[in-house]
Design a protein around this ligand. Structure first.
Ligand code: PMV
Length: 321
């Protein structure tokens, strides 16, 4: 049976940065919203006639490391289902890969639901979240509609996300300013591995419990300015850790800085938008619906912004065929 699933990427307000082990167990809780404009559609079919797994992304056959990650993930599903059958995996994304829009979150949440359904398994959302985390940590948050909270846990069974609020709870907008489409040189996988070597890693961990509870409160009480301030602090801290790891990683480029500077200036004029960046140069501009049109207009005019992607809060992973 062929199963097709649609899943969003998500943007983290509190970041997952630093992995304890190969199970993608994080050092801290994280929180995010799903992105309506950054979607992956994946179909999976297990077929007895296949000798190897066939993986394609946006119509192109994938080889090497990228393919291996999918094959390893399918192995987890095969083990659960007690089958050996190989599969055809076809994935399509409507946004650029590896520029800081957490494409792996959309990819592995979609793959988790499509592959388990195609293998005849029925998993709860919690179980799907646990499984998706094995492919990419942030994927465990995309499963749920709206806003998600990933509790770090301390084992495979205890590290998974839950819904913090549904998609219609708060009409936040994330306008992604794409400021370079060159694929990043250092993956988040490598970044997570090196994070603890930064002298600022422990400091952030000490600050996080307070910031996390403040962020949860800001989301649940729809306190936009508080959410914005905490989101920016958190983004800067994550990137400071990346920049000061033993093998330093600089994800920002001059476009990133241009957008950040403009946002700070526009705030002084009363137009409220806050920045956050994932593992890439793209700037996620968090604003309110009433300001979205004006914000997009201004961002589109910036010389280093190539284009923008407007996202509302989206539902989570769903079977569509
Ligand atoms: O899920 P990964 O391994 O691609 O890591 C995601 C890391 C960030 O996007 C930078 C932060 C996050 O929590 O999404």
């Amino acid at each position: 049976m062929k199963v097709t699933v649609k899943s969003p990427s998500n943007i983290a307000f509190i970041k997952y940065w630093g992995r304890k082990n190969a199970l993608n167990l994080p050092f801290n809780d994280s929180m995010s919203m799903n992105l309506s404009g950054c979607i992956t559609e994946t179909s999976v079919e297990f077929r007895a006639d296949l000798k190897t797994d066939e993986v394609s992304i946006n119509g192109e056959i994938v080889e090497g490391n990228k393919r291996q990650k999918v094959v390893d993930f399918l192995d987890l599903v095969r083990e659960k289902a007690g089958i050996n059958t190989k599969a055809v995996v076809e994935s399509k994304t409507n946004f650029p890969i590896a520029v800081g829009i957490a494409s792996s979150a959309a990819a592995f949440s979609a793959l988790a639901m499509a592959a388990t359904n195609a293998a005849g398994l029925t998993l709860s959302k919690k179980e799907l979240s646990i499984l998706a985390r094995r492919g990419s940590g942030s994927a465990c948050r995309s499963i749920f509609d709206g806003f998600a909270y990933w509790k770090k846990g301390n084992s495979d069974r205890t590290s998974y996300a839950h819904q913090l609020a549904p998609e219609d709870y708060w009409n936040l907008v994330d306008i992604v300013a794409v400021v370079g489409q060159e694929e990043k040189k250092v993956s988040s996988f490598e970044g997570h591995g090196g994070a603890t070597s930064s002298p600022y890693f422990r400091k952030r961990q000490r600050m996080l419990p307070f910031r996390i509870s403040e962020m949860e409160k800001a989301i649940l009480t729809r306190n936009f300015e508080k959410l914005g301030e905490l989101t920016e602090e958190e983004a800067v801290d994550m990137h400071v850790i990346a920049m000061t790891s033993q093998s330093p990683i600089f994800y920002w480029n001059e476009g990133t800085m241009q957008v950040m500077n403009k946002l700070m200036a526009w705030r002084k004029e009363g137009l409220l938008g806050y920045f956050t960046m994932d593992a890439g140069p793209s700037v996620h501009v968090i604003c309110q619906e009433k300001d979205a049109e004006e914000m997009k207009k201004r961002l589109d005019k910036l010389p280093l912004v190539e284009y923008t992607i407007v996202n509302r809060v989206a539902e989570g992973t769903k079977v569509i065929g």
